[in-house]
Design a protein around this ligand. Sequence first.
Ligand code: NAP
Length: 325
Amino acid sequence: MPGFQFSGLQDEVLVQGPKVLVTGATGLLGRAVCREFQRNGWMVTGTGYRRARPRFLRCDLTDEDAVRRLLQEYKPDVIVHCAAERRPDVMERHADAAVSLNVHATSTVSKEAAVCGALLIYISTDYVFDGRNPPYGEDDCPNPLNMYGRSKLEGERETLRHCPDVVILRVPVLFGEAESVMESAVTSLWLKVQEATEESCPLDHCLQRFPTDTRDVATVCRKLAERARQDPSIRGIFHFSGKEQMTKYEMAAAIAQAFNLPSNHLIPLTEQPAGSAPRPINSQLNCSRLELLNLSVDPRAFSTAIADCLWPFTADKRWRQTVFH
Ligand code: NAP
């Protein structure tokens, strides 16, 4: 069938639980979401695009017919829509393709979710806020500073327009088990930490961030899906975030400390670099709605969670044994 192909993942799933379709399953968050639902008895189908085969379905979400066929064929109970262009600087350079994925594909997924009666969970971002007046509650007025934030906000609006029962989950900068350290702005700091023998390495010490583990986000998604299927009041926008406030400089210093590596080459920079897309200075999310509904999780401590993600990239794979045992 043109547009998407089934692959081996379905054959692996023997459990007869409710069905979830995860878009962006080849990505940083989507992988964690697939694993979390699978471990909890759901029948999981993931879709990807360039990296889809052999594990996932390949479906170009910008192809409306392919999305329609996919959902009609699979008839999920829940869709977790993770696929997006999430790199603000790439977004500014390739605006048309990125808007096509972040806005138009989201619109198509929402329309088809409504047709097939699936609960839609849309992953959004703290970049919908301008960062001037944190912390931000779900009802606070968005004012994105860059094209990425605008496209994700437009995506939110498309989901609400076509699928009023949507659950929108806004999260801040993510890190998790990575195929390459460059998959996340957080794990990519590993390369800076390792430049210890080189010259000094300037790192942003201006923008306040709340790095968040994809495993925690995935658990929140599953809890939301399970509760929202039972309780129609669990709808609308939710915020989830790690609790530790850090600049990139502080994240890199914490990484160096976790691995007993030198950090004196890391230099705090208090001005945003010229030429990159503008970013909010502090878009801290108030997460009390999830917490009051007992749908949150206690975020893992940054130093241990980031060590979990980075140890496969250490030159000496015995590091884990020497540090943890
Ligand atoms: P990611 O690692 O960059 O993954 C993007 C996913 O989108 C991949 O699975 C990719 O598939 C898929 N994709 C790209 N083009 C596609 C197309 N035309 N059709 C179908 N799928 C396509 O992203 P992520 O970091 O997991 O982000 C997940 C969600 O979290 C996004 O909605 C993002 O906005 C949100 N978010 C992320 C962060 C963060 O720091 N990463 C922060 C806040 C919010 P292939 O790779 O197979 O092509």
